[in-house]
Ligand binder design. Structure first.
Ligand code: 26V
Length: 812
């Protein structure tokens, strides 16, 4: 393809200088890296804006059926590199960078991450936006424009410290404020009964906030299409402001402003405490209401009627955070647009679909009825009516079975009455999906079993995926170039083409090149480890990587137990031929999650001992990379040899880090959980290290009376490890520091079965060592992993949603 005039290096260079002068306001010769980055971003912004306007006009003219993806979280990361690749401006931007005596890679690091999400769920939403734009799906994302994203993590004395993340403080080149676009969102008050038989009840709200639209542009790859992420910012309605100001009461005016505007201030770092819960409910309703009002306004603008809403609109609920939308759409249709209840309910069920992302009971959202009565009284009333009609229907299915109805009810009556948001989402949707084959099966066997009896066809599976543009092409330019050489460039848009690598696994020359790329990526990761932690690691050692949120069910602690057993074994035989290993951890702990924070501290304490023990001669290192996020992940994924996916079977809904790591040529050591199972099917049993109890065995062991103490007594290696931790070997200045942690395993029930899986895990790690001794044998399997990743493109996932859930045709 010949470069379009606007993308030729000379043109890009002069556009950059133009923007330095006219947008950034500096002389090109005096521009800093950050200045040049902003100017390059402005060049990309202009092109994207043009594509945007054209695509939008096209969709309007077509009156296309669209999907609206509602999500509390979008973990976007940086945009510059992705935008330049999508616009085919990389060469031009690189040349412009060179003119300013720098490299594009160094410019890119000047951009802050947009970290408007916690972890897997939010990153999945960001990959989906990329894929929706790329496959040409008429679509839009909706979320919240948090002023503060995910907290930044630093480590002091081995402990996590949280810092606020004012990511948008200095503005971002990627957003377009839509100052004219704003909707009122109301809270509180009471409901007055209907005046006449045809009149709806009147919600006399107590407060109102304006939702203002800020659009972020999402470029598609290999297409002119772009998609939109519309984020809402809360603003106090201007009349309230004015009133207080005019009466001279500035303090009161500021108070009002805060009371409303705090809604979009900060992303909730999901944790277990109920503090600040009311604000979270307000956030959920705020963005859901604004989004649905916007969707209805657009639909009315294009069609002039709501009667055909379900023919043109699909709304997807990313987890239950926007599930209040089911009641909100009913309210808008019935109260504001005067539609009959029955007709409105029929539309609602056809419009919504819902994805569940976790089976963890602590993470399933419920809201106290009393709180909902206070914050959203009309919605509570609507939920009660939906529940009444639904239970009447269900009762016909199993007459007299009160337990059945109690389990199905949208209201949990077992203690303080609570609204079950997952039940509202299931009842209000025509499709409900899990995020891996196993997870989707478990949904219908466990938390949604009663619903599956009523509506077996409602439940389906959509296995997660990741965008190969960011996670392979952008993160791993070395491997991307090697792939381009051997199988062409088409894999970016058709990841299945990676399968053409399969025969190359036995090609010695290719293995050598593949290993050289990996070695260079490990050197880059080692440099990042050095600058971020001060720890020196050997790029020729096996890089063993576990990166994800810190949570007990993900079992970072099991990994630590293995590290300690290796340490002890090495001390017992220091001259044996040990395979050198660098064990890398990264991840944030929720701020109120004490056990997770304690695990971070233990990792550091173990590292301090192991990394300085001269007897090991550098053959074992432990590094915790701070502030894990999208950009840090882009450095880690390409440099990993081994991918740790070791959750207790049945607990990790899917995982997506597992896909990113395998795509970058890491071998997985993992349990039979989430998408690990599908990865195994794609790469073959010989190319993955599976260990541990399987889901039914986990259930059986728990039912049969699991005794962790017995497991410990019977395994001297495990006992020595636990004794060392509990005895203060890694916390000499405070020997009792980890006694509680060890007690929770031995005496507290070991809820996630670390001890039960320990032996099997250590054996699997020994198989890892054995294979790594033969670099070519290892490379063959790593290549087989890359070759098997075609299925895990988020393009595939999105096309499945489009066909089976949303019923929308992509328009490439
Ligand atoms: C889990 C928990 C566990 C109990 C304490 C509080 C808490 C809060 C949040 C969560 C998980 C929230 C949902 C989530 O992020 N799920 C992740 O979704 C990914 C995308 O589908 C999937 O790959 C991960 O397996 C799943 O954990």
């Amino acid at each position: 393809m010949t470069a379009k005039p606007s993308s030729s290096p000379a043109t890009v260079g002069s556009l950059v200088d133009h923007h330095l002068l006219s947008t950034v306001g500096v002389a090109p010769a005096a521009a800093s890296h950050a200045d040049v980055m902003h100017a390059v971003a402005q060049v990309a912004r202009e092109s994207l804006s043009r594509r945007w306007v054209e695509g939008d006009a096209h969709d309007r003219k077509q009156r296309a059926r669209r999907v609206y993806y509602l999500s509390m979280e979008f973990l976007i990361g940086r945009t510059l590199g992705n935008a330049l690749a999508a616009l085919d401006l990389e060469a031009g931007a690189a040349a412009a960078a060179q003119q300013h005596a720098t490299r594009l890679e160094d410019l890119a690091t000047e951009e802050k991450d947009a970290a408007l999400g916690n972890g897997g769920l939010g990153r999945l939403a960001a990959c989906f936006l990329d894929s929706m734009a790329t496959v040409g799906l008429p679509s839009m994302g909706y979320g919240i424009r948090y002023e503060f994203g995910m907290f930044a993590q630093s480590i002091q004395g081995g402990r996590q410290i949280e810092h606020p993340d004012p990511w948008v403080e200095d503005g971002t080149p990627w957003e377009f404020p839509r100052s004219a676009l704003s909707y009122p969102v109301r809270f509180g008050g009471w409901v007055e009964q209907a005046e006449g038989p045809d009149a709806p009840p009147a919600w006399r709200h107590a407060g109102e906030v304006a939702a203002k639209a800020y659009d972020m542009v999402v470029p598609g790859h290999g297409t002119e299409r772009v998609s939109t992420l519309r984020l809402w910012k809360a603003m106090a309605p201007s009349q309230i402001d004015l009133h207080a100001f005019n009466s001279g009461d500035y303090a009161r005016a500021a108070e009002y402003k805060n009371e409303f505007e705090n809604i979009s201030w900060v992303l909730y770092p999901n944790d277990s405490t109920p503090a600040g819960r009311e604000l979270r409910l307000r956030q959920e309703y705020f963005f859901t209401s604004a989004s649905i009002q916007d969707i209805l306004a657009r639909h009315l603008d294009e069609h002039g009627t709501l009667a055909n809403l379900a023919d043109r609109v699909a709304i997807h609920l990313n987890d239950t955070h926007p599930a209040i939308g089911v009641a909100e759409l009913m309210r808008l249709l019935v109260d504001e647009h005067r539609m009959a209840w029955g007709a409105a309910w029929a539309l609602t069920g056809r419009v919504f679909s819902y994805t569940n992302h976790t089976l963890m009971p602590e993470a399933l959202e419920t809201w106290p009825v009393a709180l909902m009565q206070q914050v959203l009284p009309r919605h509570l009333q609507i939920i009660f009516r939906i529940n009444h009609d639904f239970l009447a229907d269900a009762a016909r299915r199993k007459p007299g079975d009160d337990g059945f109805l109690r389990r199905l009810s949208l209201i949990d009556e077992s203690g303080e009455r609570r609204v079950r948001m997952a039940h509202l989402a299931v009842v209000g949707s025509h499709k409900v999906n899990g995020v891996s084959a196993l997870h989707s099966d478990l949904l219908v066997q466990t938390i949604f079993a009663d619903f599956a009896l009523l509506w077996p066809d409602r439940f389906t599976n959509m296995t997660n995926g990741v965008t190969p543009r960011r996670w392979l092409a952008q993160a791993n330019p070395g491997l991307a170039a090697l792939l381009d050489q051997r199988i062409g460039r088409g894999w970016r848009l058709r990841l299945d083409e990676l399968a053409r690598l399969r025969p190359l696994a036995t090609d010695a020359a290719f293995r050598t090149e593949f290993l050289a790329v990996k070695r260079a990526n490990k050197a880059r990761l080692a440099a990042h480890i050095r600058t971020s932690t001060g720890i020196e690691v050997d790029p020729d050692s096996l890089f063993d990587v576990q990166v994800k949120r810190i949570h007990e069910y993900k079992r970072q602690l099991l990994n630590v137990l293995h590290v300690i057993s290796r340490y002890q074994a090495m001390l017992a035989a220091p001259d044996a031929d040990w395979v050198p290993r660098t064990v890398v951890f990264a991840g944030k702990a929720a701020s109120s999650y004490a056990m997770a924070k304690n695990i971070i501290r233990l990792i550091h304490d173990v590292g301090s001992v192991v990394n300085h023990d001269a007897r090991l001669r550098g053959r074992l290192k432990v590094a915790f990379i701070p502030n894990y996020g999208v950009s840090v992940a882009e450095v880690i994924m390409p440099g990993a040899d081994l991918s740790e996916q070791i959750s207790t079977a049945g607990t990790e809904a899917s995982g997506t880090g597992n896909m990113k790591l395998a795509m970058n040529g890491a071998l997985t050591i993992g349990t039979d959980d989430g998408a690990n199972i599908e990865i195994r099917q794609q790469v073959g049993d010989d190319n993955i290290f599976i260990f541990g109890l399987k889901t039914p065995e986990v259930a059986a062991l728990k039912n049969g009376g699991y005794q962790p103490l017995r497991v410990c007594e019977q395994n001297p290696v495990l006992k020595a490890v636990l004794d060392a931790i509990a005895g203060g070997v890694f916390s000499a200045e405070e020997p009792a520091r980890y006694r509680g942690l060890v007690d929770s395993l031995l005496w507290g029930g070991d809820h996630y079965l670390l001890l039960a899986d320990f032996d099997s895990y250590v054996q699997a790690q020994a198989r890892v060592d054995a294979l790594y001794r033969d670099r070519h044998a290892w490379a063959a399997k790593a290549i087989a992993n890359v070759a098997g990743m075609g299925l895990f493109s988020s393009d595939r996932t999105i096309l499945e949603y489009a066909r089976e859930v949303w019923n929308i045709d992509p328009q490439r």
